[in-house]
Design a protein around this ligand. Sequence first.
Ligand code: NAD
Length: 498
Amino acid sequence: MPTITDQLSQFLAKKDHTHFINGQYHAGEGEEQITVINPANEEVIGQVAVGTKADVHQAVMAAKKAFQHDSPWRTMSPDDRGKILYRFAELIELHSETIAQLVTLENGKLIKDSRSSDAGGAAKTFRYYAGWTTKIEGETLDLSQPQKGGRQNFAFTRREPIGVVAAIVPWNFPVSIASWKVAPALAAGCTVVLKPSEETPLSALLLAELAMEAGMPAGVFNVVTGDGKTTGAALTAHPEVKKITFTGSTYTGKIIGKTAMDNVTGVSLELGGKSPAIVFEDQIDFEATAKGVAAGIFRNQGQVCVAGSRVYIQKKVFDKVLTDISHIAQKMNISHGFDETADIGPLVSKGHLKKVCGYIEKGQQDGATLITGGKTPKEKGYYLQPTIFSAPDNRPSIIEEEIFGPVLAAIPFDDLEDALQKANDSQMGLAATIWTKDISKAIKMIDRLEAGVVYVNSPVRSDPNLPLGGYKQSGIGRELGKTGVYNYTTLKSVNIVF
Ligand code: NAD
């Protein structure tokens, strides 16, 4: 078990945490507080303020001021902006153990995942987008319409930063998902108000401290803590916000989409998933496939938007593959996130555990067969055994609805057409994985799968240069990669006639 860093002990000693607005901590107007709980032992690790409409207004106005045309941030060269982002990445790396430990404390996830995905992933994302500040470009254009009086012209487009960005993030990867929004928005020259999830608000405040240390001018990066109905709603409805970038459930995404349209605010929505893993009978290495499918659903306790939560297995090998995956699940060591030998930690909260257990009950009522797991093995903490169901077809509701926990449903299929039909038979379309040694089969599947991300012979992994986003109700837009930074720009078309 790692020793808590001195930096983290000092941060936690504050106990009552406030918003971070205009370069400093800011107590806020409201009385309401949220208690942050360690999901591994149910102990309190701190309190944060619930941002009121007035607090949100203050943060948005600080971001607006920092975005004025003559502000230090707007007049800075792209190269200097890149240097600040690069320094930010270096500071995240320097303080990565503190960040990782804080994420494990507030989210419960395994420390190795906090280190690699949250702290490590955020550092990589900031470094990647530091390089983009100097590569944002428009185009020169030949026009079809002749200029009046035979005059000449010069037409071009400029990509300009869109303005104040409202970034709203979930709790499953609190630091890395924040970085997927904050890094490209800042690279484009925007300013940001980040609202972390009410379950995991502390790591965002630590990030804001590091942003200041990196040399970010006051007001460029602000954090308002709070819930969805008060703080999130006030932020998305604020008329000075020019772009909302949201990651969370499809349910909340629909509310935010409607709010955005009321003000005609730009919006990107990264929403839920119910992603299929499709296993063909032609495996070279069955063991590796079973391991990959298990990792695809059980990593981060199944609380991953791209989790492969439906596995379709070709009939001839159905029993073998299902047995192999079940053996892996049964051997998993369930323990707290700081236990370096743990394979699976607690879920994020009591409420979420209850919701996931509700799905397990519903699955059994709907006629799915429980193969393994389904029990809460510890008295303290929000632990759940990795759970596997089998079902003859897509009918049980656990196969349609996103559970967002360590619950896998296995369904047999006949041939490629049957696999495609079953995999696409969903309202969601975030990701899919295909497990085959036959490249032509994989390419046919890639062509017809309704999913924003497809991996072959590997669970889905994010990368700063690989766009992520969904088909159907899994979202609108893509983040990461070049698209990720262009999300935060708006296009101006110019024609100079002379
Ligand atoms: P959630 O929708 O409950 O909350 C997400 C964020 O939205 C939180 O910060 C919350 O406070 C805020 N919020 C809630 N109601 C709001 C409102 N009315 N107005 C403004 N903000 C509001 O989701 P969650 O439970 O935190 O996260 C889990 C969900 O996120 C899952 O559905 C998962 O699939 C999805 N997710 C998607 C991706 C992706 O890239 N597509 C990545 C990670 C998680």
